[in-house]
Design a protein around this ligand. Sequence first.
Ligand SMILES: O=P(O)(O)OC[C@H]1O[C@H](OP(=O)(O)OP(=O)(O)O)[C@H](O)[C@@H]1O
Ligand code: HPA
Length: 187
Amino acid sequence: MLDELKKSLVECPVVKKGEYFYFVHPISDGVPLVEPELLDDVMDYIINHYNLNMVDKIVGVESMGIPLATALSMKTGIPFVIVRKREYGLPGEHKVHQKTGYSENELYINGLNKDDNVLLIDDVVSTGGTITSVIKALDQIGVNLVYTIVPIEKDDGRINAEHNTGHNIDTLVKIKMVDGKVTIVDD
Ligand SMILES: O=P(O)(O)OC[C@H]1O[C@H](OP(=O)(O)OP(=O)(O)O)[C@H](O)[C@@H]1O
Ligand code: HPA
């Protein structure tokens, strides 16, 4: 089911951002072109492997959590909210500092309440910085984090993020950068 995702990852270009080897792929970048079948494969995998009956809200992280949250919402009928890079100043807005291997930003969380049953989705976990910060903020808000699903796991950040947050992070494909190229890590 995930064969296409794996194949497309191995074939995708890699660019350098400073010292960071950055793979460029439809799911993580919307570039060069997102084939709906690939998105559909990822969604079907999630729908077939998780019990989503108790999930009240899907939470996606800007930018590339947006197509994933949208597709999952449309398939399941569960509403979604986006953790944005824009501040709104609404009551109850939570500010989160995001640090990746190549950038830093502020993120803003709106639209969530204590005890909401939440599925968090983002495209990639790499250093684990982003998902760690977002999960810690969700814990502060007091939501019930039912699942955290990130289709692409790159290098070793997931384990650190799980250790630092105490939450499981489920990934669908694990990749490693070897000699500046994407390789698949089989379990
Ligand atoms: O595990 P980490 O090292 O934190 O990397 C993962 C994060 O990096 C990317 O976000 P980025 O802010 O680059 O942007 P985008 O989604 O706007 O492309 C990606 O979408 C993840 O959120
Ligand atoms: O190498 C990457 N490619 C795409 N998105 C990412 N988010 C973190 N690292 C990466």
